[in-house]
Design a protein around this ligand. Sequence first.
Ligand code: BGC
Length: 733
Amino acid sequence: MKLGLRLVSGLMGLLGCAVAVAATDSRPWLDAGLSADARADLLNRELTLDERIGLVHGIWSRPDRDITVPPGAIISAGYVPGVPRLGIPALYETDASLGITNPLRLRPGDGATALPASLAWAATFSPELAYRTGELLGQEARAKGFNVLLGPGVNLARDPRNGRNFEYLGEDPLVSGVLGGQAILGIQSNHLIATIKHLALNDQETNRHWVNARIDPAALRESDLLAFEIGIEIGHPGSVMCAYNLVNGPYACGNDFLLNRVLKKDWSYPGWVMSDWGAVYATDFAAKGLDQQSGEQADERVWFGDLLKTAVQSGQIPEARLKDMTRRILRSMFAAGLFEHPASRSGAIDYAAHARAVRDVEAQGIVLLRNRDHALPLTRAAKRILVVGGNADLGVLSGGGSSQVYEPNTDWRTAIRVGGEGRSGARRNMVFHSSPPLAAIRTRAAGAQVTFDDGRYPAAAAALARQADVVIVFAHQWMMENEDVPDMSLPQGQDALIAAVAKANPHTIVVLETGGAIAMPWIEDTAAVVEAWYAGTGGADAIADVLFGQVNPSGRLPLTFPTSISQYPRPEIAGWGRPEGEHFDAPHPEGAFVGYRWLDKNGQAPLFAFGFGLSYTRFEYTDLAIRGGKPLTLSFKVTNIGERAGADVPQAYLTSMNGSRSLRLIGFQRVLLAPGESRTVQLTVDPRLLARFDERAKHWQVAAGAYDVGVGSSAVQQSLHISTHLPGQTLPP
Ligand code: BGC
């Protein structure tokens, strides 16, 4: 009996041909009218042992990795063959959050739109933009034939020296969870599976395969795990990627607590856990909650191939567990629509439209940190503009590692070899996207004389600076996966360069292209500082629009800029300088007090606070009202009291519970306001942000009592305060 016409994927899908087939009694799982759960159950029963094993491990599909990439696979991060007999599609996996990657450019000529750093889209504090960013990523991934996107990453940025902060969404669990969740919705709207990563505490790259993150489990629930929990609730990603490091003893990918207890039991997560590439150490990880071994050549052995088969046959790993692994994979495939919407290499990407879209993300994510005497926006009075350093004549910097994107038609003269020995030596290249800030400034400064100095010699740049009306110094900090930086300085003498130029000319504006927070020993001598992160395709135009006032800056810091690393819990990165292969502990004494919470707890003032960012207009907050209860709601009025239209991000913080100080962001909203315009903002507070996690009872507990809330423009600046009394409340984990 026919159940209806359905589309299924197979090898044909790869060729761009969707195949219409009928769901029949023999293939009832093809009935798209059934739930993903029901369909997964029906199909899962049909698999043989070998077919199951085939689905739970995959290759690193790169010819440089001693493998032959099978016909039909795409050279990329990963490939898991399907089961043609049953119409199960293969998984074509690609990185990730900053655009569709082309590892080592092994797919000749296949570039992609380069998104700005995730920190830039976090700085927009805009769930809508995060969704649109994910949508764009998903669209490009799909057009290139992929059906699994290996992002986004929501690890909290606990340390400014972490080499991957630029791939994450900052230090706060609410911002990371909400924006990450929205990005997942956007990605999966293209019938793709998104992967939230890296569960959990992959918060340093130094010896990441051997570091054991030690943290109080309740504090973990209230911080990094909360970001994952919120992201998963909002976005329903098909997969979760576990991390390289160990967490409180076991490896993250063989961690019963993280995977079985928290993710699958407490959160009832129905999708599958895939390993990071090279993060599996035993077949037994299957019993601990890992469902799939990815990029298996990166591991010492193919643990989830014949070894797992033998373990199942001998009863060492229960067969029911293997069935659960494949069921989870199939369920996510159905939920994302992989059968009805097979991957196809349509190649249909409107790069020009995508370039405009990502330029907009960058424009809204740039943070104006300092603006003495309205040095910005630049006026026509500046007739002699000197641009210094940062390879501003070349392009905008991007971060290195598995997230590295190459734009279509990348000009290879815009990559600079950093070099060095060791594992990453050959991969250390600073890739600049071909959007030179110097040219963008020249276009906007018609009538002015714009000159450039490469900034190699501070004295030469300072001499030129003395003769300029305005100096714009571009400074960058290149970061790369697999390594951290030793401190918060700008490399290659750029701090000395800025200091010399700013001393020579008080109208010095610094534009930063950094992978996160840096120290600014020269700040007092500068007129303005702009944080542009890694700017992505068309990023120079976004930067120049902010400098010249076509765009009113509205980014807010998604992470704290401490004055120096001494304000943070780890003066030295754990394991720094240690040989590879030795396990060691990285204590996390800050627990859930990450970034702004840690500084607040210790009574310290940052250089720039979490949530901070200036505008060319001004905002005022009034009329704060609170309604206690379940849930707690807040309302207040924001008014643009300046002369220009602009977007603001008012933020609500819990400041204390029952008299004990505790700073937590509990709500935010981005609002665009014309001059003189007011808007009432309503926020509903997630009760977990008011609660403590009780690890013994395994639930959240909101204590009955007095709660103080502040509303304002950053973690250290709240102009409105209000208190309420809340009844006690117990929430499921
Ligand atoms: C990274 C992951 C990435 C994977 C596949 C790993 O090195 O940690 O984030 O998705 O490689 O390229």
